[in-house]
Design a protein around this ligand. Structure first.
Ligand SMILES: Cc1ncc(C[n+]2csc(CCOP(=O)(O)OP(=O)(O)O)c2C)c(N)n1
Ligand SMILES: [Mg+2]
Length: 355
């Protein structure tokens, strides 16, 4: 993910304890890539080229980019519907993502789904289960396996504020607390669950529930990608050291409707305007500009990559009817998950990691 548009970091203030300048640019790139791909996919949706509906994470790019960047290759991720940057960081290419949205053969699910329910197992990612928040239980189960096998790995999953009202949330929190499992729960508090605002969702800030289940809970500015990285790096190190789970509450805002059809009339305009001033992409751009990075060049490179990927995805074939049953049933032995990319260069020197 490193890019050659990064100038050497000035020796002055502004250095990050763990991230090199190339890492900080990689975080910006991942966020720009997520935003650009989703904007492109939304226009393809309006042209009728994306079936079903379309969900995006506009305004929430820092949550998935920062958290995914802090995970090692051998860790396992359960990625949700507003977390595209995590797929990118694990190594899923833009062309595969765009082909996925259009139901093409080159998509991650080979055209079996034209939506957000995908995850490349070879990159250590579990395909998203739509029932919310079932992925918390999947991540908890994987963490249980790591513990039983004494493997120094960690599982991480994202979920929304709406998910905190479901029984699965409490089951996952309780079991992982009792067993002190190596799992990181990232609660994407984006102010709404469809049209339900926070004050109709919970009577206490849900981060307080972590202590009720016996583990650490932290609240983070979800629009600051480096703050997300820091909190996740710490949570992962704690998990690997046997310190149990962490609940990270990432406070952010869903800047678009729930999905393409939703004009979010129920959201006050002032609230959107207030959050627009805290845009996570612009926040990182300002930081990097101060560090001497040519941010416009990064933007341009990302834009060109997305345009090329869109052309390639559009030129790709639809799946054939003959292969419709391929991969539906397990044939022979199940193949274990592989390892994704872990672009952060710091695992070698991180005491909490064996990578
Ligand atoms: C058990 C369950 N009920 C309803 C849905 C339909 N649904 C999909 S996303 C969503 C809103 C979830 O809100 P939240 O958890 O806050 O996540 P956000 O979409 O805001 O990121 C709903 C109701 C679902 N997928 N699963
Ligand atoms: Mg929400």
């Amino acid at each position: 993910m490193a890019t050659d548009t990064a100038a050497p970091a000035p020796a002055s203030a502004g250095a990050h304890r763990y991230l090199q300048l190339a890492d900080r640019v990689a975080l910006l790139r991942a966020m720009l890539m997520m935003r650009g791909i989703e904007e492109r996919a939304m226009s393809l949706y309006r042209q009728g080229k994306v079936p079903g509906s379309f969900y995006d994470g506009y305004g929430q790019e820092a949550v998935s980019a920062g958290a995914a960047y802090a995970m090692a290759a051998q860790d396992r991720l359960c990625i949700l519907h507003r977390d595209l940057a995590a797929h990118l960081i694990r190594g899923v290419t833009p062309v595969r993502i765009l082909a996925q949205y259009m139901g093409r053969a080159a998509g991650v699910t080979g055209g079996r789904d034209g939506n957000v329910h995908f995850g490349d197992p070879e990159l250590g990612c579990v395909g998203m289960v739509s029932m919310l928040p079932d992925m918390m239980l999947v991540a908890t189960g994987m963490a249980m396996a790591f513990k039983l096998r004494s493997e120094p790995r960690c599982a991480l999953t994202w979920f929304g504020d709406g998910s905190t009202s479901r029984g699965d949330f409490h089951e996952a929190m309780n079991w992982s607390g009792v067993q002190r499992l190596p799992v990181v729960f990232v609660l994407e508090n984006n102010q709404y669950a469809y049209s339900t605002p926070l004050d109709k969702q919970f009577a206490v800030d849900p981060v307080q529930r972590a202590s009720a289940y016996g583990f650490t809970g932290v609240t983070v500015d979800g629009n600051d990608v480096e703050a997300m990285f820091d909190a996740t790096r710490e949570a992962r190190a704690r998990a690997i050291a046997g310190g149990g789970p962490t609940l990270i509450e990432a406070v952010t805002m869903r800047m678009h409707g729930h999905a393409a059809h939703d004009d979010m009339k129920y959201v006050p305009k002032e609230q959107v305007e207030e959050w627009r001033r805290r845009d996570p992409v612009e926040h990182q751009e300002r930081k990097l500009t101060e560090l001497g990075v040519d941010v416009a060049a990064v933007r341009e490179a990302v834009h060109a990559e997305i345009e090329a990927a869109t052309a390639q995805a559009l030129a790709g074939p639809m799946p054939t009817a003959g292969g419709v049953l391929d991969g539906v049933f397990c044939e022979g032995e199940a193949v274990a998950l592989g390892d994704g990319l872990a672009p952060w260069s710091g695992f070698a020197s991180d005491p909490g990691s064996d990578a």
